[in-house]
Design a protein around this ligand. Structure first.
Ligand code: HEC
Length: 252
């Protein structure tokens, strides 16, 4: 709570900006979609996987979010938070020239640091701020106290839970849980991803879902597991959550 208050104070905003941009320059720092990722995809992939339907190969469209996420023969190009499950990564890192993307015959290629960047982008949840209303990575907007943060959290967990294979009932439970929580407590956050991960974790526990651990969920959302615990405890406390809670399990 204390650290949250510190971040929420306006005086600290310039410091946060400096730290954020410094971090981005180092390996492991936050990847900026518009600055780093989109130009790369556009330059090396869109020729065959872009807007032009006539030139499109394998029915794969990487210039829009739905295309990045939609499975082709059971494999998704991008699985947010999980590069090893992402066909895009398998293809760009493939040692087999017949599978590698971009195809060597196109004369296009990616160097190791560009491949690493795409991997890191997916690791960090593959954020794409060109999506409507997804400003989850725009720390400053959030700190300044914009609106729609509620929606950002909802969109983030819906997307995350969908890609993790949660059922419709579980997703609906998450929406209900989030609605109940925000109705009881004014939510202020500069990191929607942390709250979104906490909601998914809460649903996983209430539904006793196997294999959804705090660490794996935190990793998929690209957040620190410790920050997740704090938010999860708040949810649990406000809603008095228990396993098999009928409010959030009855939709099954
Ligand atoms: C010159 C054209 C061309 C370019 C450029 C290109 N691809 Fe491809 N891509 C293809 C073709 C053709 C296929 C289908 C044949 C195959 O599966 O290997 C394909 C298939 C794929 C698939 C597999 C789709 C499936 O069936 O699951 C992925 C993923 C992919 N490309 C990603 C990329 C990425 C990422 C880039 C940029 C880094 C890229 N491609 C650049 C032509 C291209």
């Amino acid at each position: 709570m204390l650290s949250y208050l510190r971040h929420a104070s306006r005086g600290i905003a310039p410091t946060v900006l400096v730290l954020t941009s410094l971090a981005a320059q180092h390996d492991g720092g936050a990847v900026d979609f518009n600055r780093d990722v989109r130009p790369l995809l556009s330059d090396r992939c869109f020729k065959c996987h872009g807007f032009d339907e006539a030139a499109r190969k394998a029915g794969l469209r990487l210039d829009v979010r739905e295309g990045q996420l939609a499975a082709i023969r059971g494999r998704r190009p991008v699985v947010p938070g999980d590069p090893d499950a992402s066909e895009l990564i398998a293809r760009i890192e493939s040692p087999d020239p017949k599978r590698r993307m971009p195809p060597p015959s196109s004369g296009l290629s990616l160097d190791p640091s560009e491949k690493a960047l795409l991997r890191r982008w997916i690791e960090q949840g593959a954020p794409d701020p060109s999506e409507p209303r997804d400003r989850s990575r725009d720390h400053l907007t959030s700190i300044e106290g914009g609106h729609d943060r509620d929606d950002e959290v909802r969109l983030a967990f819906e997307r995350g839970m969908e890609s993790a294979g949660f059922s419709r009932a579980e997703l609906e439970a998450a929406r209900r849980m989030w609605r109940d929580f925000t109705a009881r407590r004014a939510v202020r956050t500069h990191k929607p991803a942390v709250l979104a991960a906490a909601v998914e974790y809460a649903v996983a526990l209430v539904h006793k879902r196997q294999g959804s651990t705090q660490a794996t969920i935190a990793r998929r959302y690209g957040v620190n597991p410790n920050s997740l615990s704090q938010r999860y405890s708040e949810l649990r406390e406000v809603l008095d959550l228990r396993p098999s809670d009928p409010r959030y399990c009855s939709a099954r």
